[in-house]
Write a protein that binds this ligand. Sequence first.
Ligand SMILES: C=CC1=C(C)c2cc3[nH]c(cc4nc(cc5[nH]c(cc1n2)c(C)c5CCC(=O)O)C(CCC(=O)O)=C4C)c(C)c3C=C
Ligand SMILES: [Fe+2]
Ligand SMILES: [Fe+2]
Length: 343
Amino acid sequence: MAFFFKKPQHASPPHGRTGILLLNLGTPDDTSYLAVRRYLSEFLSDRRVIESSPLIWQPILQGIILTKRPFASGANYARIWDREENASPLRVYTQRQAEKLRLRLKADGVPVEWGMRYGRPSVAQAVESLMDQGCDRIVSIPLYPQYSSATTATANDQLFRALMKLRKQPAVLTVPSFPDHPAFVRALETSVLKTLESLSFKPQRIVASFHGLPKVCIEKGDSYQDECVRTIAALRQALGLSEEQMPLTFQSRFGPLEWIQPYTAPYVSALPKQGITKIAVIMPGFMADCIETLDEIGNELREEFMEAGGEEFALVPCLNDSDESVDLLEALSRTALRGFGVA
Ligand SMILES: C=CC1=C(C)c2cc3[nH]c(cc4nc(cc5[nH]c(cc1n2)c(C)c5CCC(=O)O)C(CCC(=O)O)=C4C)c(C)c3C=C
Ligand SMILES: [Fe+2]
Ligand SMILES: [Fe+2]
């Protein structure tokens, strides 16, 4: 609430600035039980993520899930931790994306900040920082190529929650998902071509793995699955690949519900029996490498594939802070800035 009482440094600027806010999911501060527990508790208490009644869900979450899972997840985070930066890869790449975008927009006088839906830096801190730089207009870019209530919508919710505490609010423009934006497809295409060039083998399949979602979310009207299909259709077309050469799968089931299918792990483990022993995996639902891509796919899925008779397994890295990724962020920013009347 302190934020509510903070006197704006630029109460009524005659010519306020427009700033860019990059929003990502969030990640633990370190790999300890307590840090992972804090993160998972905030994440899994979000009713956009777990839609069950809190009366039923909170005892299960606080009493069962959060007693064990932080140990296992902490060990998984430890395997992928960026030791140089002493941070989770998701945080490292999100920060670098913001820094590189900041350089691209510097000459236009457009500040760039980044915030996390769960954890630090908070969305409120990022908004405050933009306002302290004289922004009375904010372009917010949720870093999810495909829309979902559990990602894009909750990032927007958190932004508006931060604005609820402000006496003088900035105007806000939220950028929609961009499943087949030409700059996104170009960035994915480049990352595939670069990876293929670097490999000593030719993958028989490039399996696309998106984060999953409970099936009931789609039945209730979430456009996520359709948008994943749009991404993969555009990428196949750019690379001249068929559905068979680049199949679409979904990873990361959580809880007892049925999730959207086909599930990545059983799909990939069945490939060696069909004579497919050399594969690459691309994860076009993630703008940055994280525990889902580096550990669940890069470590766990690789092991399962090899145990099932696989011979070669490669990861196509996420877009991270590549030039093409920043091209995409710059294109999204400039389109939105024009929408705000900023040239
Ligand atoms: C990219 C889109 C994502 C969707 C859609 C999504 C839905 C979703 N996720 C969970 C549960 C978990 N997700 C976890 C990690 C995680 N999820 C995403 C993205 C999406 N989630 C990312 C980028 C990450 C990685 C964060 C990082 O720090 O690297 C986890 C934690 C992982 C763990 O404990 O091992 C959980 C749990 C649900 C239930 C859900 C849809 C309802
Ligand atoms: Fe998730
Ligand atoms: Fe997962």
